[in-house]
Every structure is written in structure tokens, then in C-alpha cells.
Design a protein around this ligand. Structure first.
Ligand code: DI6
Ligand code: FE
Length: 407
């Protein structure tokens, strides 16, 4: 009847009206890599277990959709540990960036690093994420800042999915920082992004979306607008690093281009939030960067709630502002630092994270017809996923209907 049946666990379906979409003592049936049946175990067809090829016993724990990390810069060369020390000594992230360090120091290292070496360091970080029940990861370029090196990063990112049981969504972030060759000609660099890089990336089919860093130390709204217009011409959806360090009206700009998400948003205005609400743009909150940079201004969670803007949480895994390889830790920080509820935090790494990648209706909930990506956890309540710090209660990971991790 079914390829796989999961029983003996409580379901957090993350859909419907009940908290967590909970189904106590539930069951999930899987066929051809998709969920085909979800409900209370007592409603299962009588011979379901006998007629399923494989039965997974969740041992009384909770079963959730597999986690989605919807914002990472997972592929990079070199290290920025000396900047960490400089920041501890009082230097700010912006000062370091303006002095030619920051993102540009990773650009120098990434340009010089071979694809094999980039792949192997990224795999190490990816394995940390996967060990906590992640099965979908977004990975951005943006440390090449020239056509060949941006393509190199995207190829490496895509190749990770050949090496591990993970779905990789790639995002082209050519407008991450101004490369040194264009230090005196920012608009000429934007020309290059629009006229050469974007068409090359689209041609190679290497990106699922286009992102930019809209900030006073990066690109202006006018420059971002040109890049977004070109992305749309090429049929690519957009997202934006917006309002991380200052209010540049990036969220409203993102919404005007029907962006999948606007990310960071510590400084977003009420108008920006309203604009996002009108287009259904997801707010991707990144507490790792907030924490690591010692920021004090929190994203306006209450305004997002009021306007019904879906909130996602992600690691922002990168060597500078967020050297984070644990998405579960982001649940904890999302609650403790930003004031999310544990249920909002879990929705932020499942349902809403999927939506931030254009995968709503495909992943992020336990419902018939969704991809069978799910995790069983050794917890007595789903809020424990946000409550415990540094514990990894991940038991079984099922991806596309197959058990890829079991403990
Ligand atoms: N904002 C971030 O948090 C990352 N990129 C961005 O635009 C930081 C990237 C880095 O510092 O290397
Ligand atoms: Fe980022």
C-alpha cells in the first residue's frame, strides 16, 4: 500500500488552527516520496502497518516537518576569526567593512580557493545543519563578485546536493559588496551585474532567486531596483538583505518587486512592514547575526504579527556576521532575543521558511501531497526544540520518503 508508515509519535503538522497543528498519537503514510496520509493513528486503515514496506517507530516523541534553513552563505573560503577578535576589541562590523575587511576579505579568499576546497569546507558546515533535521538549505553566492567566481560558488552550492541528502536552493547575490576593481565606479559594477552576471547565471540555470544587500555600506535602493528589474526580465524571483544596519526602505522596495522575502529587518519601518504584508513577502529573521554583532535593535515582531507578515528564522551562516551552524539554536535565540513564541519559531524554520524559498505548498507542513521530508524528535513537547540549548534531540530524518538518518 505505502512505501513508509511513521507511527507512535505526536504530529506537529504546522497547519490548521490548533497549536502546532498538533495531532496526538498520529501517523503519516508516504508513497513515491510524498505524504499521502496524515491523521490520528486510530483512524489508520486496519492493515496499514502490514501493508507498508517500512514502518518507522517514533518512540513516543514528536514528528515535525523537516527543517528548512532559508538564508545561508554556506560556501566561502578563508576565515574571519581575526575580525571576531577585532570586534571584541571595539571595532564595529561597518568600520571593518569600510576598511576593506569584512565581506571583501572573504571575497579575496573565496576567489583563490578551488572548487574542491570550497566544497569540502561547505560540506563540514552542511553536515552540522543536517544533523539537526534540516533537509532543505538555501545557499547564496556573493563572495566571488565577478562572473566566473560567482558561477563557481553557485556550482559548488548545487554540487552539495549530490554529496548529501539535501535539497539546495541557490540564490545569486552578486550585489553583496562592491568589489575592489569597481571601488570608484559602483554603477559600472551594477551594469556588470545586470548585463553580464545575471544573464550568465540565468543561462547556466544556476540560481533559483536573486538577492542583494541594500545598505549604506553596500547598494542603494536605486541600484537594487535595477538589479531586480533585470532579475524579473530573466524570470527569477527576488529577495533582499534589508534594514539590517539602517532603514534604507529596502523592505518596501522588495515588496514592490513581489519579493519572496526580506531578510534581517531590525530597522524596518511600519510602512515597510505594511508593504510586505500586502504582497505576502516573508520576514526572514536572523538572530545569529543580531547576536554575533551585539546589536540591540530588535526586528518589530509585534508589527509583523499585527500585519500578519509570516516570520521565518534562518542561520545566515556566514564567516562574518553569523558564524552559526545550528538552526535549532536560532529557535532558542528567536524566542529569547526576538520574543517569538516557540510555535512561531518552529513555523519559522518549517512552513514560513519554505515559503521564503518559493516552496509553499511543497514543503514545511505535514499534509497529503507535500514532499515527505519529516523528522522525529526525542522530545515530550515541541516547544522543547526552542527551549533546550545545544541539545540535539533529532532521532530520525526522512527525506523524500526515505530514512536518511536514524538514531
Ligand atoms: N548581511 C549579512 O548578514 C551577511 N551578508 C549580508 O549582506 C554577512 C556576510 C559577511 O559578513 O560575510
Ligand atoms: Fe545574509
Amino acid at each position: 500500500m505505502w512505501d513508509l508508515l511513521v507511527v507512535n509519535g505526536h504530529l506537529a503538522t504546522m497547519t490548521g488552527d490548533r497549536p502546532y497543528g498538533a495531532v496526538p498519537d498520529g501517523a503519516v503514510g508516504v508513497s513515491d516520496g510524498r505524504i499521502v496520509w496524515v491523521g490520528p493513528r486510530s483512524d489508520l486503515p486496519a492493515d496499514a502497518a502490514r501493508r507498508s514496506r517500512e514502518v518507522v517507530d517514533a518512540r513516543g516523541g514528536w514528528i515535525t516537518p523537516a527543517l528548512v534553513d532559508c538564508h545561508t552563505h554556506l560556501v566561502w573560503g578563508g576565515s574571519r576569526v581575526e575580525e571576531f577578535e577585532a570586534r571584541l576589541g571595539g571595532a564595529t562590523y561597518e568600520e571593518i567593512a569600510l576598511g576593506g575587511g569584512g565581506i571583501l576579505s572573504t571575497v579575496r579568499a573565496t576567489r583563490e580557493t578551488s572548487e574542491d576546497a570550497l566544497r569540502s569546507s561547505a560540506l563540514g558546515r552542511l553536515d552540522r545543519l543536517l544533523s539537526e533535521g534540516v533537509t532543505t538549505v538555501e545557499i547564496k553566492s556573493g563572495y566571488g563578485l565577478a562572473t566566473p567566481t560567482e558561477l563557481k560558488m553557485l556550482r559548488v552550492a548545487r554540487s552539495l546536493a549530490d554529496a548529501r541528502p539535501v535539497t539546495v536552493r541557490t540564490t545569486f547575490l552578486g550585489a553583496h559588496a562592491l568589489p575592489p576593481e569597481f571601488a570608484d565606479a559602483p554603477d559600472a559594477y551594477v551594469d556588470l551585474v545586470c548585463d553580464e552576471m545575471l544573464p550568465a547565471v540565468a543561462d547556466a540555470g544556476l540560481a533559483d532567486a536573486v538577492d542583494a544587500f541594500c545598505e549604506r555600506i553596500a547598494f542603494s535602493p536605486t541600484q537594487v531596483e535595477r538589479i531586480f528589474a533585470r532579475a524579473h526580465e530573466l524570470g527569477l524571483p527576488v529577495k533582499l538583505h534589508a534594514e539590517q544596519l539602517s532603514d534604507s526602505s529596502g523592505a518596501a522596495l522588495a515588496a514592490a518587486f513581489d519579493a519572496l522575502s526580506a531578510d534581517h529587518l531590525e530597522w524596518v519601518s511600519d510602512d515597510g512592514v505594511a508593504a510586505m504584508a500586502a504582497t505576502g513577502t516573508v520576514a526572514v529573521l536572523l538572530p545569529g547575526a543580531f547576536y554575533a554583532l551585539g546589536e540591540t535593535r530588535r526586528p518589530p515582531v509585534d508589527a509583523f504579527r499585527r500585519h500578519r507578515v509570516p516570520m521565518a528564522l534562518a542561520t545566515d551562516c556566514n564567516p562574518g556576521s553569523s558564524p552559526v551552524v545550528s538552526l535549532l539554536l536560532m529557535l532558542s535565540m528567536g524566542c529569547t532575543l526576538f520574543g517569538l513564541t516557540p510555535e512561531e519559531a518552529l513555523a519559522g524554520v518549517t512552513r514560513h521558511a519554505a515559503r521564503a524559498l518559493g516552496l509553499a505548498g511543497e514543503r514545511g507542513t505535514l499534509e497529503p501531497s507535500r514532499m515527505a521530508d519529516l523528522v522525529s524528535w526525542d522530545v515530550e513537547h515541541p516547544a522543547e526544540l526552542a527551549y533546550m540549548i545545544g541539545a540535539n534531540p533529532c532521532r530520525t530524518v526522512i527525506r523524500a520518503g526515505r530514512v536518511v538518518r536514524a538514531s
